[in-house]
Design a protein. Sequence first.
Length: 194
Amino acid sequence: MEIRIPISILPSYAYCPYKAYLELSGVEGAETKELIMGRKWHDLLQKEYESKSNILTSIEEARKMAKEKELYIIFRELPVENEILYGKIDEVWITPVGIFIWDDKPKVWFGYKLQLMAYAYAMTTGYGIKERVVIGIRELPNRKIAWKDLFKRKHEKLVEKFVSRLLNNLERGEFKKRSGKFCKKCKYKKVCYG
């Protein structure tokens, strides 16, 4: 059986491997304030994008148009995938100078950076992209760029390392539980600790 990993699971895995296991297993967790607020922001941003969008095209066509006509083409909730990873990127800008991948998050944190690296990894390997790719976090609610970096080979290796660990955990059925401060805002704290 071929295993496919949703990219959105990687921040959970970085936070607590057992949380990722519960999510992958389809266990329902409690709706937290943070989850509700994040969903509201993403819905609002999607509606804003839809009200302004005026072009439907593929990634390949957008890359060609951006270079030939010096256009900036913006995609929102763009599906990406490669053989193992799949997900939807909050926002992608296809420009004459490269591709920019943005994720809207409440803060800058390693797990969210890892998620962006995985989006770039899936996009470059899945679409054969060789252009310069910049990844970045826009902090909610102001949407100002809080972190950005040029996607590099070291990012690819980090994604491969985390995906390999996750696949090994799935194969063995072993997922380590974290405790303490990690559990305070977790949607699964009642599942783990009753």
